[in-house]
Design a protein. Structure first.
Lengths: 288, 170
């Protein structure tokens, strides 16, 4: 650590681009601040050198010339996940649900909640780009809420999606978060509905946890998830195909497995997270 | 399942180029590009994801001769977004924190380590801008974000790296 009281403040000023004349006069006389200023002066050059050293392959000529149909904004599908605020809300609800379920006298046979989760490092479904014209492929929030509440789900208003700024991701807010009723089965579901700026639903994310993991319960969970997908999808046949796909494959997923399926402009993604939870994402935005 | 398979088959039939052959030829290059942008750990995942996206969108490829550039662009785009959900889950679950670089007990922390340990999104922008030499406008186009967003990521990352680098010295 520096023995000079000015050094911490100097770093702040250098980073903020607010170096004073006093700093410049002081630095040459200080064995702590002098090297800091010297180093700061070489930073950009060093950063270029380091970044260049990481380049293992040049990008192909013409990479920027692709038209929207082929360029990245047109080809990269799917949004990564529900907004942090919404998934946090969903997780909180699930936690409360799980605690209630595990409380003495309420669910003596329930297994403990999964532990030691680790983040997935592979193949996240990513952002759905804004592609014109907008093609509506999912039902409205009101429709989805209506169907889910009729099945006993409890739905809240979604939290606003935190966004770093304009980008290709069309989901601007999570319009609602619905949680499954206890009667739905030996699992908890949080359904997060994502809307684009035009108010249309473009994504439905489902986070699901089994109360007790067994082949039977996985199958029951898959059936429930398939119902949500059918409710979410505007075209009934497409929704049923998505539901069939989930029913066929969700019970087989092991931790780390990720699967994708696309039909009629809808994309479906399912994976089993390291904490044993399931994440299922249906998207229908702009996939022409 | 019978109701599902036709949909998948339809996707394949739409392809008018031999995607599998083109991808196989481009794969080593794509791995190196992904490695450049986000490191070795996630590069393979990004390249596999690139294939899945390309297969899904092959019908949107306008110029079959440009398929390698098209694949590379998908790869760059995917690299920028890799682990986004993972990071969010890390934040949510607070179990496996984002790797933080701490100065070693002896010796200075090198800028190389700091850049390599950046989150993928920031590292990709740094490498595209300072390593490949793209302008912020071009970086924004490559990864599919606005110029303002690219500038924000770039300036924040630079400030963060500069601070860590200087504090290591101080």
């Amino acid at each position: 650590m520096s023995d000079c009281r000015r050094t911490p403040g100097l770093v702040d000023r250098v980073v903020g681009g607010r170096i004073t004349d006093d700093d410049r006069r002081h630095a040459p006389t200080c064995s702590w601040c002098g090297p800091v200023l010297t180093r700061a002066n070489t930073f950009d050059e060093e950063l270029r050198r380091v970044a260049r050293s990481l380049v293992a392959e040049e990008l192909p000529r013409g990479i920027l010339d692709q038209e929207p149909g082929g360029r990245a904004t047109g080809v990269v599908a799917r949004r990564a996940a529900p907004g942090f605020a919404a998934i946090l809300a969903a997780a909180a609800i699930l936690l409360v649900t799980t605690v209630i379920a595990l409380a003495p006298g309420t669910a003596p046979s329930a297994s403990p909640p999964p532990s030691s989760p680790a983040p997935s490092s592979s193949n996240p479904p990513s952002s759905t780009p804004s592609v014109k014209p907008f093609v509506e492929r999912m039902n409205t929030t009101a429709f989805i809420v209506g169907k889910l509440t009729a099945s006993g789900y409890h739905c809240n208003d979604g939290a606003a999606l935190e966004s770093p700024g304009p980008g290709p991701d069309p989901v601007t807010r999570e319009s609602t978060v619905c949680t499954s009723p206890e009667k739905a089965g030996p699992f908890t579901l949080a359904v997060i509905v994502g809307e684009a700026a035009n108010g249309k639903v473009v994504e439905v994310s489902i986070k699901a946890d089994l109360i007790a993991d067994s082949p039977e319960n996985r199958a029951l969970l898959a059936v429930e998830v398939s119902k949500v997908l059918v409710v979410s999808t505007l075209d009934e046949q497409t929704g049923q195909n998505g539901g069939l796909w989930v029913k066929a494959h969700l019970p087989e997923l092991n931790v780390g497995d990720q699967i994708d399926y696309g039909i009629n402009g809808m994309s479906f993604h399912a994976e089993r997270l390291p904490n044993q939870s399931y994440l299922i994402v249906a998207q229908g935005a702009g996939l022409t | 399942m019978e109701a599902i398979e036709p949909g998948l088959a339809e996707v394949t039939r739409r392809s008018d180029v031999d995607l599998d052959s083109a991808f196989a030829a481009a794969r080593p290059r794509l791995v190196r590009i992904a490695t450049s942008l986000i490191g070795t750990d996630a590069a393979e995942d990004v390249v596999q994801d690139t294939y899945l996206v390309a297969r899904e969108r092959i019908g949107q490829l306008r110029d079959a001769a440009a398929i390698e550039a098209w694949l590379a662009r998908i790869c760059v785009h995917r690299a920028f977004r890799v682990r986004r959900r993972g990071r969010r889950l890390q934040e949510l679950l607070d179990v496996l924190p984002i790797p933080r670089v701490t100065p070693p007990p002896h010796g200075r922390l090198e800028l190389h380590e700091l850049v390599e340990n950046l989150p993928p999104r920031e590292r990709a922008v740094v490498v595209l801008q300072h390593g490949y030499g793209y302008s912020l406008d071009e970086v924004a186009r490559l990864v599919g974000i606005s110029h303002a967003n690219a500038r924000k990521i770039s300036s924040r990352t630079r400030a963060r790296l500069l601070r860590q680098w200087l504090e290591a010295e101080a």
